[in-house]
Design a binder for this molecule. Structure first.
Ligand code: SF4
Length: 304
């Protein structure tokens, strides 16, 4: 039975949370704190800006949703998969996103419009790489007899503990193998980035150890890059590497705690303690409108 932790308000480390914190403190504030603590912005404006999507996000969403649907279908029935039908399903997801969502590239005037056909092509190319991969061959062949134990996109937030500190690690797909190990697969639709993804994989291994009670050397974590044909990253980690990683998580958690007025309740310092990091990144940020409209006199304050 996987372990579950009762709710606590204290902040939890995750790869994406710390990356956001590291990139721009103000972006981090808007993502994690503004809804409850920012009186300068209206909740409606915040909800609207948060809902903006982007082309790369929607490619990832369509690919992940399509693969999850395909895996659920394989769990129910072993009749052959019609890959053309899968591609057409993924196109319908792109159509739905185009109809129902506002893209930040258009909202902020970087592009006049989003080319739906191009998005479908890019989603289709990721899925074709998936169909051509050894993992697809394995999932539709050797892995079929044990499919009842597949866990596809677990519905929780992936809460765990790393050396007693709260952390989150959300996995795409995990299952026990016939050799008694636990395998975790994660699909990526963006750029190949081994150092960044190795960190994420160490998180998966520690997640499996904490939540599923599986020894680290019995976990096989694999990142499958779908933007390239036959590209994946499979790593194993020594106890030394895992404990160094746990130390880094502790250091990064402490850094984020310093921006809290009340650590246990996860109450942030005032917004002025979260400086803007204006630069190239702003092109990808939902909250540009807030930053651009903020009066000059609201200067940032350095956090101790
Ligand atoms: S627009 Fe730029 S400075 Fe403002 S929050 Fe976003 S990334 Fe930070």
């Amino acid at each position: 039975m996987p372990r579950k932790y009762p709710f606590t308000p204290i902040l939890g480390w995750s790869v994406s949370r710390y990356e956001k914190f590291d990139l721009c403190k103000r972006w981090y504030y808007y993502d994690y704190y503004a809804r409850k603590h920012d009186e300068d912005v209206s909740p409606q404006d915040l909800t609207f800006l948060r809902s903006l999507t982007s082309a790369s996000l929607e490619i990832g969403n369509a690919v992940h949703d399509t693969i999850a649907t395909l895996l659920h279908r394989l769990k129910k029935s072993i009749s052959p998969i019609d890959t053309e039908q899968v591609l057409s399903y993924s196109s319908s997801l792109v159509d739905r996103a185009m109809e129902s969502k506002i893209f930040l590239e258009v909202y902020y005037g970087q592009r006049e419009t989003i080319d739906g056909a191009d998005l479908k092509d890019r989603v289709g190319s990721c899925l074709k790489n998936f169909f051509g991969s050894r993992w697809y061959e394995w999932l539709t062949g050797e892995a079929i007899p044990s499919r009842s134990s597949w866990i596809i996109e677990p519905g929780d937030y992936g809460e765990m503990r790393i050396n007693g500190l709260k952390a989150y690690c959300k996995v795409d797909f995990l299952f026990p193998t016939t050799e008694g190990n636990l395998c975790i697969l994660d699909w990526k639709t963006g750029k190949v980035d081994h150092p960044r993804h190795r960190r994420q994989m160490m998180g998966y291994v520690l997640y499996a150890r904490d939540i599923c009670n599986v020894a680290a050397d019995e976990v096989k974590a694999v990142i499958i890059y779908l933007s390239e044909p036959n590209e994946d990253l499979e790593s194993s980690f020594s106890e030394g590497e895992l404990s160094e990683f746990a130390g880094q998580v502790a250091k990064e958690t402490q850094e984020m705690y310093r921006y809290c007025e009340d650590i246990e309740e996860n109450i942030p310092r005032p917004k002025r303690f979260f400086p803007k990091q204006v630069g190239r990144l702003c092109a990808y940020c939902n909250y540009r409108e807030f930053c651009e409209s903020e009066p000059e006199e609201k200067r940032a304050v350095t956090c101790p």
